[in-house]
Design a protein around this ligand. Structure first.
Ligand code: BG6
Length: 520
């Protein structure tokens, strides 16, 4: 018998039982102006994603993509760049016929992005293009794929030219960093709000576009069996690991300013914490979910200097071997100072001071050039109240739930069963859900979902300003503490590339009688 994705017999009564159609997946018409259209982010992510959406025909109506940036390129030269980018970054999906059709929707204008006079051409082009559209109610999307330093200049020019609030359905997509601390984030936002309303602002955190990240909410709130246990009564502790095997990859200048805390903790890790720990929203709508995210972010305990000293471990990688290849240390990377004290590793024990999570430690860690790439949420449950099986001296394996976000997309439940045979031995086994095995497909790349949502006007997976500020409230004391420490140059590097980070990070766990899921 044929089954559908939910293992329901095809043509069965289940499929007919609901007359409400699934949401309309098709996006409306749009013009997307990509500032920095020939830059790295555009080539790696945006252009391949837009091509992918186009290839998946039900997603897009009339549209034009206008690359806008410094290099002096003709439309055709730009199209060649787009073609190459799709070939390189979306090789399996490349189709000559489809790409040619796609490229007929791609235009380019070269401009000094901070020179208002260069925007006249852009206005003219937008007007020309919109006359071609059947649907006059189109989206005008500005994608800021540029250095953060010039974002405000661009927005000011768009505002002067009345291309922001005044234009129906105009939207702006912003990439992190949203400031470097809370104060600068507030100032930046005030300036952006002069040009755009909050509802026009799409702040991207690509982690929220990952299906497996969103699955945290589905797992928690589409099932009735886990949520009653999802609290301090049943959970011993939670570990969140975002480990990367790559280094800083030609981004020395950026990384020297940012460091691991601004690059990963302030955004991706905080979003993961929020999804794991938030209260159930009363509906799956942008503000209902974002309200819950802000609420939980505001209850993460702010760490003072004394606490930071004992519960945070930072580090920087030295030379080592990753995946069998020798790699250089952080200080030897391009555009990095040989005396840099910028951290590439962060681990901490944090607490969420609300009714649900009081006293439950959340251990979080992230780093570059670690032993392997894995993003994972590990939830360890408390032990049963009495030991009935095995010898008293045998350690008891706790129940655990492991949500692996990448590279394998898994949800795994560890539990004890009886080992076969005549003795009463408990044995730990896994109950496993694997995304690819179950659905026969890999999850879609994060940007696909996010760009689609933006075109459709769905803000659910984009960060709201109050959440950004709540994140900075937690992050600022960490950065201040680190920046004010009397660092000695010889303190770094303190871990070898290809390992699980500084040894002190293990103490963070072992001092509490626990251990990291992955360690030396
Ligand atoms: C980015 C960071 O936001 O996320 C990078 O700036 C990091 O430093 C990247 O490598 C990780 O993303 P992913 O999707 O590979 O986990």
């Amino acid at each position: 018998m044929a089954l559908d994705l939910l293992d329901r017999p095809v043509n069965s009564k289940y499929l007919d039982s609901c007359e409400i159609p699934f949401e309309e997946k098709k996006a409306g018409s749009f013009i997307m102006v990509i500032f920095g259209g020939a830059g790295d982010l555009s080539k790696r992510k945006l252009l391949p994603t837009l091509y992918h959406l186009f290839k998946d025909k039900r997603l897009i109506d009339d549209f034009y993509i206008i690359g806008f940036g410094k290099p002096d390129l003709s439309d055709n030269e730009y199209r060649k760049i787009v073609d190459d980018a799709v070939k390189e970054f979306l090789n399996n999906d490349y189709d000559k016929k489809v790409i040619d059709e796609f490229l007929s929707h791609v235009l380019y204008l070269s401009a000094d992005l901070v020179a208002p006079e260069d925007y006249k051409l852009l206005c003219r082009k937008i007007n020309e293009v919109k006359n071609i559209f059947k649907d006059k109610d189109f989206n005008l999307i500005y994608y800021m794929a540029v250095q953060p330093g010039i974002v405000l200049n661009i927005i000011n020019i768009l505002e002067e030219l009345k291309l922001c609030k005044d234009i129906l359905k105009s939207k702006i997509i912003l990439e992190k960093p949203f400031g470097v601390d809370k104060e600068s984030a507030i100032k930046l936002n005030e300036s952006i709000l002069k040009a755009f309303d909050e509802k026009q602002i799409y702040r991207i955190d690509h982690y929220l576009g990952k299906d497996t990240v969103l699955n945290i909410l589905f797992f928690r709130f589409a099932n009735s069996i886990f949520e009653p246990m999802w609290n301090r009564r049943y959970i011993d502790h939670i570990q969140i690991t975002v480990s990367e095997d790559i280094g800083i990859e030609h981004r020395g200048k950026f990384y020297e300013q940012a460091g691991v805390v601004r690059d990963i903790v302030q955004n991706h890790i905080m979003q993961l914490i929020a999804l794991v720990a938030c209260e159930p929203p009363v509906g799956f709508e942008a503000d209902l979910i974002r309200d819950e995210i802000v609420k939980v972010l505001r209850t993460i305990r702010i760490m003072d200097t004394e606490y930071l000293k004992n519960n945070v471990v930072m580090g920087q990688y030295g030379r080592g071997t990753v995946n069998g290849k020798e790699v250089c240390g952080y200080r030897e990377e391009n555009d990095v100072s040989q005396k840099s004290i910028v951290p590439t590793y962060f681990a901490a024990k944090i607490f969420i001071d609300n009714w649900r999570w009081a006293q439950v430690p959340f251990y979080i860690r992230t780093g570059k050039r670690l032993a392997k790439r894995v993003t994972e949420i590990y939830v360890q449950f408390k032990q049963p109240p009495l030991k009935l099986f095995g010898r008293l001296c045998d350690p008891m394996e706790p129940n655990a739930l492991i949500i692996t976000v990448q590279p394998d997309e898994n949800i795994l439940l560890r539990m004890s069963v009886k080992y076969p045979g005549i003795y009463n031995h408990p044995y730990t086994v896994n109950m496993d859900f694997n995304y690819e095995k179950s659905f026969g497909i890999k999850s879609i790349p994060a940007y696909t979902r996010l760009i689609m949502d933006c075109i459709k006007g769905d803000l659910t997976l984009f960060a709201r300003q109050d959440a950004i500020e709540a994140m900075w409230s937690f992050i600022d004391p960490i950065n201040k503490w680190w920046e004010n420490l009397p660092h000695k140059i010889s303190d770094s590097p303190n871990y070898d590339a290809g390992t699980w980070g500084p040894s002190e990070a293990s103490l963070l766990m072992s001092d509490d009688g626990r251990k990291w899921r992955f360690e030396e």
